[in-house]
Design a protein around this ligand. Structure first.
Ligand code: FE2
Length: 373
């Protein structure tokens, strides 16, 4: 699955740019048949700019004369170098990348180019392959029973992980997180905590965030609508103050990547998170509102058209909520197991399961973190 990528050794700006172009061309996929033109500009190096045109492949040239483009991306050279150093882990939404990149025009073309730069580590590919073998052997594509276990022991948890079976943990009260969190309580306990809205590289206090949520009618958002205020945190980092109530459980804190916050107003009629899979085991605390996860076993990868270019998570071209079986015919055979998560419950999702997430209520709040093993 891994595609060829340039090795290190790009020391001059020209070499860096040539390598970048090779990277995006080798990783480019366009099953949706998008067409368009992107102008790429490198700050301070006018001669390095290039034009990327979307066909079934990606065509790159460097016209001398003016040309029309649907999208303009302005990078710094250091951002290009960062991508080379870290394409197995780089996150385009992180402040160091998004903060030094300017986008104009049709952003969806820029995102397609951005994904083309990513590559999975050998560890990630081996993990997915291993999990797929396990799921196939166990017949998980025919459906699994997701058990609710009341305050299980660490041993029970490890057993479920060994079998690669998702489980839901209940009965976490009175130890937080419990099921009586509300906007009022968040405001009272964490009014001054800083809440980040990741995609906007923006942040406000919890007090302000809650006030904005209330102003937007506590989140009656329909799919496709756009709000002026970015009212969803999209997995930004959990404010430190909240770690006491929503911190890690069962294993040492250092065994987890830092927790992420999913809080705000979301549409309930479209997925809050599109179909993808993660190479690490996920812990998902549901705090406010209900969520539904549609899970697909790892051995169904070939039915779900996963991106070839990815790093820390792998999205799918196939979208179960608006299935296009003309483009993705194999997906007709895919089967999923759905599970509803209620406030106060913790879902443990072993690595490699594909999942699409719906918030069934708005506002919604969850805290997630990944176990490193
Ligand atoms: Fe995920």
């Amino acid at each position: 699955m891994n595609v060829a990528y340039p090795k290190s050794g790009y020391t001059t700006p020209d070499q860096t740019l040539d390598g970048f172009i090779q990277l995006v061309q080798a990783g480019f996929e366009n099953p949706e048949g998008r067409r368009g033109t992107v102008r790429v500009v490198v700050d301070g190096y006018p001669h390095l700019g290039f034009r990327a045109r979307f066909f079934d492949d990606l065509r790159v040239d460097r016209p001398q004369e003016y040309y029309e483009a649907d999208t303009e991306i302005r990078f710094s050279l250091s951002t290009l170098e960062l991508i080379f150093r870290e394409f197995e882990v780089v996150d385009w939404r992180s402040p160091e990348v998004i903060g030094s990149t300017e986008l104009k025009g049709d952003q969806s073309l820029a995102f397609l180019l951005a994904f083309s730069c990513l590559r999975p580590s050998d560890w990630t590919r081996e993990r997915f392959a291993k999990v797929a073998r396990k799921h196939k052997q166990k017949g998980y594509r025919d459906g699994v029973v997701i058990q609710r276990l009341e305050t299980p022991s660490q041993y029970q948890l490890l057993e479920a992980m060994e079998e690669s079976l998702p489980i839901i943990i209940t009965g976490l009260e009175p130890t937080p997180p419990c099921d009586d969190w509300s906007l009022d309580r968040l405001e009272q306990e964490y009014g001054e905590a800083v809440v980040f809205m990741r995609s906007a590289s923006d942040h406000v206090t919890m007090k302000r965030f809650v006030a904005e949520l209330r102003n937007s009618g506590e989140g009656q958002v329909k799919g496709g609508s756009s709000l002026e205020f970015k009212s969803y945190t999209e997995g930004s980092r959990l404010p430190d103050e909240m770690a006491g109530n929503f911190g890690t459980m069962y294993f040492e804190n250092e065994d987890f990547v830092p927790p992420q916050l999913w809080f705000g107003a979301v549409a309930t009629d479209v997925p809050a998170t599109p179909l993808h899979r993660d190479p690490l085991t996920g812990f998902l605390f549901q705090v406010i509102g209900r969520k539904r996860l549609d899970l697909y076993s790892a051995d169904q990868a070939e039915l779900l058209y996963p991106y070839k270019s990815y790093n820390t998570y792998q999205k799918c071209w196939f979208q179960p909520d608006k299935p296009d079986f003309d483009k993705y015919p194999e997906a007709k055979a895919a089967t999923c197991t759905s599970v509803e998560l209620h406030p106060g419950e913790l879902l443990i999702q072993p690595a490699g399961w594909f999942h699409q997430v719906y918030a069934l209520d708005s506002p919604t709040m969850s805290v997630s973190y990944f176990w490193r093993y």
